[in-house]
Design a protein. Structure first.
Length: 803
């Protein structure tokens, strides 16, 4: 056996590839765009969990190259945002400096993977030449009325005197100082993503994405169809509007609940109830909406007032409870405990009547419900609608409400407009100028970018304004419209801004005139394959789709969906927990590359488990993969100078191997690709025990199949086979199904439909000879009966009918 010197080989080929890239453009080649979700260059570097996605996308890119494509596989840095800023504050290093250092380290590590990245197309979201276009998109949205200002209640820490992100609120307390967080109305920039809700939902259908992700997006958009209904408040001029998806249950409403923030709460609360209600409302303001939705135990208070059910005139008590959210529907609901689980719990707890209005069968009337009945059924206790199917009654009742001006048909979305401003330093300045006379004015497009000024102190100011507000010479400017003195907007954009459109920029990185030229866009876009973690299923992937649709609407691109195919890799875990620096369970690839080589680590990253699932990392496993690579190396090197003739068996193994590997790659089952390589290599090693080796064509085929996975060893072996070109100049091998077939098959023989024997026949054997064998095989099982009919399905089955 020979020694496989991975260190030497990997270094040699990395250098050669740098001098002579293997992914080259030619006239004939079609283009293919394979994209990784670009990383946030943190201070801790890459661990083997990060490698997983990068190896996946690189294998896919190289596979596409071998299929004859010219592949775009770019890389860049999503480098604005809170982590860099917090790191900078804690270390006293300017975020720009820290980011640059981290990028260098990431790049070095990525090069160790030997992934084919187009480094001349590298982008960085913090580069003014890049964020000029991030700002340009904002300006366009502003001009189209899709970016607007609004007072919004946000999380506010009264001690730190600063606004907080949702993530910074832990159990209602400020993460830094522990004091109770309240809400504060602050002026915010919002993006009107809701204008795209319907299209974002509809277009999901055409995407080759995991069903799970599509479902998460459609749930997030949360379309529901129903009605808004007005209820008159007793002894008052006020009406309260509710949103319901179940107008069919209106006769079963026994109370109403308002969100604590509902504007009518204080007005309708009676003096007797005032103190209790105010106390409740205050406590609710301290809880996050997630907690409010998930709290098991229902809480609430009675306001002392009532509304009238518009269909049957019943008086319904009005309660306040935090399970009703202020910003969904109308912030008020009619409650039907018989048919809604939350209302049922509430009614039980506060002893409110439960009236059933839908029953499985009409005879079920007046049975006591053990739990809410949420299915379809027949209407009962509902006046003229009794006996109707509930789904029909829903329509009939909406029509009735509309005719009598008590309500109307509506569609609601859970999707909210996007709170787009941050009171932070390390982000893209929002390109707006505030003028006393002209209001908010966009910075003229030819004056972009509005550069982020270099500051000494980038800590949050404590006033709820970004540190930019303290730089007078930057803030004070003139109004682009009237020329009077005016002030710049000092909020910055959220981390997601730069990543919502970066995939467009890669194809035309040096364009100073346009975000992307029409020609380049046509050549490369949309992205053919997008690889990244499932954690971005909603935020980033939804924002990117929204941006693309907007850019499509204003004519920048001529497609409406950015990513045709999506693959989400699972996480790498260690000791049961997601691998991360904060958990202290990180395995660095550097050492493994040193001990086993990059090829072994690449294969092992794939071998750990189905790529779409989370997998447990165990360092010891790489040893087995490394031993396999050695066997693979040895059988090819051992056979090299022997001029072995291909046997039928070798041919068969070769074609089966091509078939299996190809199918497994196509279905992204890359862990079974690795086990397939092991299985077929072992089969060939077995065959070689008698033949002395394998033939050259089989060896070459193995090398080409292996190239996307272990590119260094593949190149080296390809060269050793006497070739002067690159292994990536080959085409992906093709299989011949005829040659995969076995020479003999086992055929079951039935007597009157029951299998009684099995015979082995040659696949080319003729019918007469097969039937003869079949008869002989059951000779002693006939029990004196005789064969009256013979049914023969070639290569499958023989059935002998006996009497
Ligand atoms: C009466 C009713 C009877 C309801 C019934 C459901 C079942 P989705 O599908 O999520 O849109 N609802 C409306 N606004 C709400 C808010 N701001 N906070 C909490 N709950 C709210 O659900 C709509 C249903 O959720 C509405 O229909 C309303 O309860 C409740 F047997 O009205 B339903
Ligand atoms: Zn002005």
């Amino acid at each position: 056996s020979h020694t496989y010197n991975y260190k030497e080989i990997e270094q040699k080929w990395r250098k050669k590839w740098e001098e002579n890239p293997v992914n080259v453009e030619t006239e004939e080649k079609e283009k293919y765009y394979c994209l990784d979700m670009f990383p946030y260059p943190s201070g801790s570097g890459l661990h083997v969990g990060h490698w997983r996605g990068y190896v996946l996308s690189d294998v896919w890119s190289r596979y596409k190259m071998l299929q004859g494509y010219y592949v775009l596989h770019p890389m860049g840095w999503d480098a604005f945002g809170l982590p860099a800023e917090n790191y900078a504050i804690s270390q006293g290093v300017h975020p720009a400096k820290a980011t640059a250092e981290n990028v260098e380290n990431f790049k070095r590590q990525l090069k160790e993977i030997s992934a084919i990245y187009d480094w001349d197309k590298e982008i960085n979201t913090t580069d003014p030449e890049y964020y000029k276009w991030t700002q340009w998109i904002f300006v366009k949205m502003f001009k189209e009325g899709l970016a607007y200002e609004k007072e919004m209640p946000i999380n506010w820490c009264p001690d730190c005197k600063t606004g907080l992100a949702n993530e910074e609120v832990v159990n209602g307390e400020c993460e830094r100082c522990g004091s109770s967080v309240t809400k504060k109305n602050l002026r915010q920039w919002m993006l009107k993503i809701t204008a795209y809700a319907e299209r974002l939902l509809e277009d999901l259908e055409g995407l080759e994405w995991p069903e799970k992700v599509k479902k998460m997006q459609s749930d997030w958009i949360g379309k529901s169809y129903g009605a808004e209904i007005d209820f008159n408040v007793v002894d008052s001029e006020e009406k309260i509007k509710v949103f319901t998806t179940r107008p069919d249950t209106l006769f079963g409403a026994t109370f109403m609940v308002l969100a604590p923030e509902h504007q009518l709460v204080s007005e309708i609360t009676t003096n007797a109830q005032k103190e209790e209600v105010e106390d409740y409302v205050y406590k609710a303001s301290l809880k996050s909406s997630v907690d409010r939705m998930q709290d098991k135990e229902k809480t609430g208070v009675f306001t002392g007032s009532y509304v009238v059910n518009p269909l049957n005139g019943e008086k319904l008590p009005i309660w306040v409870s935090d399970y009703v959210l202020a910003d969904y529907g109308t912030g008020a609901i009619m409650c039907v405990p018989a048919h809604d689980e939350r209302d049922f719990d509430f009614a039980k707890k506060f002893d409110i009547a439960i009236v059933q209005v839908i029953a499985k069968e009409e005879s079920d009337v007046n049975k006591v419900l053990e739990e809410a009945y949420t299915e379809d059924g027949i209407m009962i206790n509902s006046g003229v609608f009794d006996g109707m199917q509930a789904t029909k009654a829903k329509e009939a009742i909406i029509t009735y409400l509309e005719e009598h001006n008590i309500g109307n048909r509506t569609t609601n979305y859970k999707l909210r407009d996007w709170v787009f401003s941050r009171q932070r330093y390390w982000g893209e300045p929002i390109p707006i100028i505030h003028c006393d006379d002209c209001g908010a004015v966009a910075v003229p497009e030819n004056e972009l970018p509005v550069e982020l000024p270099n500051v000494e102190s980038y800590e949050p100011t404590g006033t709820g304004e970004s540190p930019l507000a303290a730089i007078d010479e930057w803030v004070n400017t003139t109004c682009p419209t009237c020329g009077k003195s005016a002030k710049r907007e000092t909020n910055t954009m959220p981390q997601w801004a730069g990543s919502s459109w970066y995939f467009l920029r890669y194809v035309d990185v040096n364009n100073t005139e346009e975000l992307v030229s029409k020609e380049k866009a046509k050549e490369w876009l949309p992205v053919d394959m997008y690889v990244g973690g499932i954690e971005h299923a909603v935020l980033h992937l939804l924002y990117a789709r929204f941006y693309t649709k907007f850019l499509n609407d204003i004519g920048v691109v001529d497609f409406a969906e950015p990513f045709k195919r999506l693959f989400n890799q699972g996480m790498i875990c260690k000791d049961g927990a997601k691998m991360s620096k904060s958990k202290g369970n990180v395995v660095s690839p550097d050492e493994l590359v040193n001990d086993y080589g990059c090829d072994s680590l690449r294969l092992y990253e794939l071998f750990v488990g189905p790529p779409e699932l989370d997998s447990e990392w165990d360092d010891r496993g790489i040893d087995g993969v490394h031993r396999f690579i050695n066997r693979f190396w040895n059988i090819i090197v051992d056979s090299k100078d022997k001029e072995i003739e291909a046997t039928k068996e070798m041919e068969k193994i070769k074609h089966k191997m091509i078939y299996e590997i190809t199918h497994r790659i196509n279905s992204f089952s890359l862990n079974t690709v690795v086990s397939g390589f092991m299985e077929y290599t072992n089969k060939l090693i077995d065959v070689a025990k008698t033949t002395g080796g394998i033939d050259k064509d089989t060896a070459n085929t193995m090398i080409v199949l292996m190239a996307p996975f272990a590119p260094h060893i593949a190149e080296e072996l390809w060269e050793q086979q006497g070739n002067t070109n690159s292994v990536f100049d080959n085409s992906w091998p093709e299989y011949d199904e005829e040659k995969m077939k076995d020479d003999t098959v086992q055929m079951p023989v039935q007597l009157n439909g029951k299998v009684r024997a099995t015979i082995e026949i040659d696949v080319k054997e003729d019918k007469e000879s097969v039937l003869k064998k079949a008869r002989e095989s059951v000779e002693n099982k006939l029990d004196g009966k005789s064969i009256v009919k013979e049914i023969y399905v070639p290569s499958k089955i023989i059935n002998l009918v006996v009497k």
